[in-house]
Ligand binder design. Structure first.
Ligand code: PMP
Length: 367
């Protein structure tokens, strides 16, 4: 007989998620360019809604996030009945795996993609299947080649974290078209609002037309509400019904619902955040390209960060330490097979100046 509670074996296979750092090894606070948060903060309208909602802390929130779902539906031209909100999109990714996969089933995703997919698969006892990518980009043929009779869920982060790469709508449609109809395709668009607006509807349209596509979005990135933990998902009624059965009954806080609702109404903040990100990302990419002769290379990104590869004499570790010395926390992901890379969140302009100057100095170039 066991003398203590025995965890499920598949739970012990999980490596807990490692969050981005905000402190140096000596405890000094650093400017956080390690968690892909919005450097412009939060919409003032959302902050005001947040403060007001906090005054009503004694009552439970709306269990169905109804006003928020209605507003999301109106903004994107989607049926609110096909939307479910979650405690961050993290909750929804986990529920998608749990609702459709279990012991004996496989959950497929690309190498160098979001760390939560492996956790989500293992949490429900399913087997994670990691598929080789190509040039740090999801490889549709390889993903389809990895699908077997036991596959139940395929996760695609688009744009992808931590590489920033993006599959155009035709490639996502090709991935979907190659999947058996009983396999759920989860298109994780946590960074979807940073993409060219002309392409932002494509995954919603795919999910409107098919019963096996779920699109997830978040308020944590462009809306600057990571602390409030609000995400949402759009899909066919059968998928949304499953997620509603297993989500927490009051899974989005009252303040989170109120702030997200106000954030949706502040289109100027979103547009400003997108424009700032595009300009500063291009500037960082250009600066890294100029250091190409020192072995630095930026992976093309459609997200709010840039993955910088260190393939010359300067190592990622040395750059990580020098940036910390300069006051910046960026993300080193050796555990995800990227020991030679740093993921740098696009920050405020003055911070990007200093990051660029630091990289140039490390390469022996004038700042
Ligand atoms: N998907 C991807 C690709 C992400 O990078 C993140 C945040 N790191 C999430 C989902 C989850 O974000 P949240 O739970 O804050 O919505």
């Amino acid at each position: 007989m066991n003398t203590r509670p025995e965890p499920k074996e598949w739970i012990l296979g999980i490596h807990a998620y490692t969050p981005g750092k905000s402190k140096a090894s000596d405890g000094r606070a650093l400017v956080k360019l390690s968690a892909n948060e919005n450097p412009l903060g939060t919409s003032p309208a959302a902050l005001e809604a947040l403060a007001q909602a906090r005054e009503e802390a004694a009552t439970y929130p709306d269990p169905g996030s109804n006003a928020l779902r209605e507003a999301l539906g109106a903004l994107h031209g989607l049926d609110p009945q096909r939307i479910v909100c979650g405690t961050g999109s993290d909750e929804l990714l986990n529920l998608a795996a749990q609702g459709f996969a279990g012991p004996g089933d496989a959950v497929v995703f690309s190498r160098h993609s979001f760390a939560v997919y492996d956790i989500a698969a293992r949490r429900c006892g399913a087997t994670p299947v990691e598929v080789a990518d190509r040039d740090f980009t999801a490889d549709v043929d390889a993903l389809l080649g990895a699908v077997s009779d036991s596959t139940r869920v395929v996760f695609l982060a688009n744009p992808n974290n931590p590489t920033g790469t993006w599959l155009p709508p035709a490639e996502v449609a090709r991935l979907h078209a190659g999947l058996p109809r009983h396999v759920l395709l989860v298109v994780d668009e946590a960074y979807g609002e940073y993409v060219d607006p002309a392409h932002q509807r494509a995954a919603f349209d795919l999910a409107s037309a098919h019963d096996n596509v779920l699109v997830t979005r978040t308020f944590s990135k462009i809306h600057g509400l990571a602390a409030e933990r609000v995400g949402w998902a759009y899909g066919a009624p059968g998928i949304i019904d499953v997620l509603n059965r297993i989500r927490g009954p009051f899974n989005v806080t009252a303040s989170g619902q109120a702030a997200a609702l106000a954030a949706l109404g502040d289109a100027a903040f979103v547009e400003n955040s997108r424009a700032h990100n595009a300009a500063e990302r291009a500037r960082l990419a250009e600066a890294v390209a100029a250091l190409g002769n020192h072995g630095l290379r930026a992976v093309p990104s459609e997200a709010n960060f840039l993955l910088v590869l260190f393939e010359g004499e300067l190592s990622a570790e040395t750059a990580l330490e020098a940036l910390a010395e300069e006051g910046y926390a960026v993300r080193h992901l050796p555990g995800q097979g990227l020991p030679h890379a740093l993921r740098i969140t696009i920050g405020r302009s003055a911070d990007m100046d200093r990051v660029i100057a630091c990289l140039r100095k490390l390469c022996g170039e004038a700042p």
